[in-house]
Design a binder for this molecule. Structure first.
Ligand code: ADP
Ligand code: ZN
Length: 521
């Protein structure tokens, strides 16, 4: 049957060979093995269910929470001459009825539906009565409560589906799944370990960069100047930031589009269409933008502020370079970003999840402070199944600093944290090390500590940055409580005992660093 699959690949899509993982996933589905495919964005997940859907008799049902993507997928299939449709709330009731009745008559090879559709008993009775080739769960991470985009309605259809008497082979596809999410999906739709096809998450065409200590607006302006005709997205944390940045850029003569939930639906649709059709090159948007936008030639994604977690970051940044051509993923970091994200977590009603959200936020902050390869950092965060090499092109891999032994300095910081009983954050620790006469230092009598003022040759800012570095490299970790406190890790104890050196890349001189920034693009 796999020969048939190869032939279809050529015949319908005009491709000569499968991408990594595709063949195994397709082979398994053809052999009725429930399958989970974890592949990066742009890796070619659609083919993994489309080819079996074309090969096996009956109708394939694709469940997707992204209504906006269904039409594109269906249009693409129709353009190859394949009978496909979607049924969702964007259609009139009559149209929905018509399509369900056509589906009952076996008119379609592919039917795309949203999870909510299975709440309808009429739809379920039709599903039970027809021949099915397969059922695929697209964006399957939404099934899992460990996923960053959990949709309860998605999870709850699984028991409903299991009522189908001749349940066909099941398939789940996602680009973002931690080990927990993978296990969860496996358990839910009965996928044995050997049927998980995981090609990893690496997007080799993407270059990651973290920029600190620069005026963000200036950076964006200069960047756009250097990339005049390229499509890109600039994500801001708030609508207000989006408005203000657009105003600033338009004063400077850049024409950009804007997209956020404060605009009317018509306005948003228009901007989205202009962007997809290359009428507009740059979009300034909140995270409301992007879900379900199928534009493969996005050349850069700039985050004007740090997002809440690595999952969101990788998903948003990953909208660059879906065509496999180079993409730039730039994060502009300032420490205020952390306060905003903390505030947002504090505001969220899900009390039981807050601890986890804070921990995820901390991993995001660590990404901004780490000196290791950014691509590797992300892949390790997601437990990439393959060993990874430094990418050679992220801002850390290309940073030309000089290695400096900071073991002694690290010992000073760590012992200060220890003497402060591991109950305070980076800010106050920096003040104590610097020897500040701040009110709070006195309040806790920290001026009496032997570590008080032992690093007075550094500025408070340098010290805070160094403490963040030590956190990002795993010597310090956030405490359990509600406030950002620091505690020592096992590695920290090794450093204190003199068993582990701490090496940091430092700038050779300030002017060289400025030069580097100026020539960066
Ligand atoms: P995903 O859903 O994993 O993000 P898609 O299924 O949208 O990825 O595929 C991304 C792009 O790669 C599409 O343009 C698709 O046509 C192309 N593609 C998929 N499989 C192959 C293949 N075997 N050879 C060449 N191009 C492919
Ligand atoms: Zn790198």
């Amino acid at each position: 049957m796999i020969q048939k699959a190869e032939q279809l690949l050529q015949q319908y899509y005009g491709f000569s060979s499968f991408r990594p993982g595709q063949e195994q996933a397709i082979r398994q589905v053809l052999e009725s093995e429930n399958t989970l495919a974890v592949m990066p964005t742009g890796g070619g997940k659609s083919l993994c269910y489309q080819i079996p859907g074309l090969t096996l008799p009956g109708t394939a049902i694709i469940i997707s929470p992204l209504i906006s993507l269904m039409k594109d997928q269906v249009d693409a299939l129709n353009s190859y001459g394949i009978a496909a449709t979607y049924i969702n709330s964007s259609l009139s009731i009559q149209e929905q009825r018509q399509r369900i009745s056509d589906m009952e008559n076996g008119s379609y090879q592919f039917v795309y539906v949203a999870p909510e559709r299975f709440d309808s008993s009429h739809f379920m009775s039709v599903v039970k009565s027809i021949d099915l080739s397969l059922i695929a769960f697209d964006e399957a991470h939404c099934i899992s409560q460990w996923g960053h985009d959990f949709r309860p309605s998605y999870r709850s259809i699984v028991p409903t589906l299991k009522q189908i008497p001749d349940l066909p082979v099941l398939m789940a596809l996602t680009a973002t799944a931690t080990q927990e999410v993978i296990k969860d999906i496996q358990a839910l739709i009965d996928v044995p370990d050997h049927s998980v096809v995981n090609t990893g998450f690496a997007r080799e065409n993407l270059s990651f960069r973290v920029i600190k200590g620069r005026d963000k607006r200036d950076f964006v302006q200069e960047y756009l100047k250097s990339r005049p005709d390229e499509a890109g997205i600039i994500y801001t944390a708030t609508r207000k930031d989006a408005d203000q940045l657009q105003q600033f850029l338009s004063k400077k003569g850049y024409s950009t589009g804007k997209y956020h939930a404060g605009m009317t639906e018509d306005q948003r649709k228009q901007v989205q269409m202009d962007f997809v059709q290359d009428e507009l090159t740059t979009i300034i948007a909140t995270n409301a933008f992007g879900m379900g936008i199928d534009k493969s030639n996005v050349r850069f994604v700039i985050h004007y502020s740090m997002p809440m977690n690595i999952e969101s970051y990788y998903q948003e940044a990953g909208r660059a370079g879906r065509d496999g051509e180079p993409g730039d993923c730039i994060l502009l970091f300032s420490s205020q970003d952390i306060h905003l994200q903390r505030f947002l977590i504090d505001q969220s009603p899900a009390e039981d999840k807050k601890k986890e959200e804070y921990a995820k936020l901390q991993s995001m902050v660590n990404y901004c402070h780490t000196h290791t390869c950014l691509q590797q950092y992300i892949l390790e965060y997601f437990n990439n199944p393959f060993p990874t090499e430094p990418c050679g092109k992220c801002s850390n891999c290309t940073y030309e600093g000089i290695e400096q032994d900071m073991t002694r300095e690290a010992q000073m910081v760590l012992s200060c944290v220890k003497r402060m009983d591991e109950r305070f954050g980076a800010g106050l620790t920096a003040k104590v090390l610097r020897g500040s006469s701040d009110q709070k230092v006195k309040q806790f009598q920290f001026q009496k500590l032997p570590t008080y003022g032992i690093m007075s040759n550094y500025t408070e800012k340098e010290l805070t940055r160094f403490i963040h570095f030590l956190t990002a490299e795993g010597y310090l970790a956030p405490g359990q409580g509600r406030y950002p406190t620091l505690r020592l890790t096992q590695e920290a104890l090794d450093v204190l005992k003199g068993e582990k050196p701490v090496i940091m890349l430092v700038e050779s001189t300030t002017t060289e660093q400025e030069e580097k920034y100026n020539h960066e693009y």
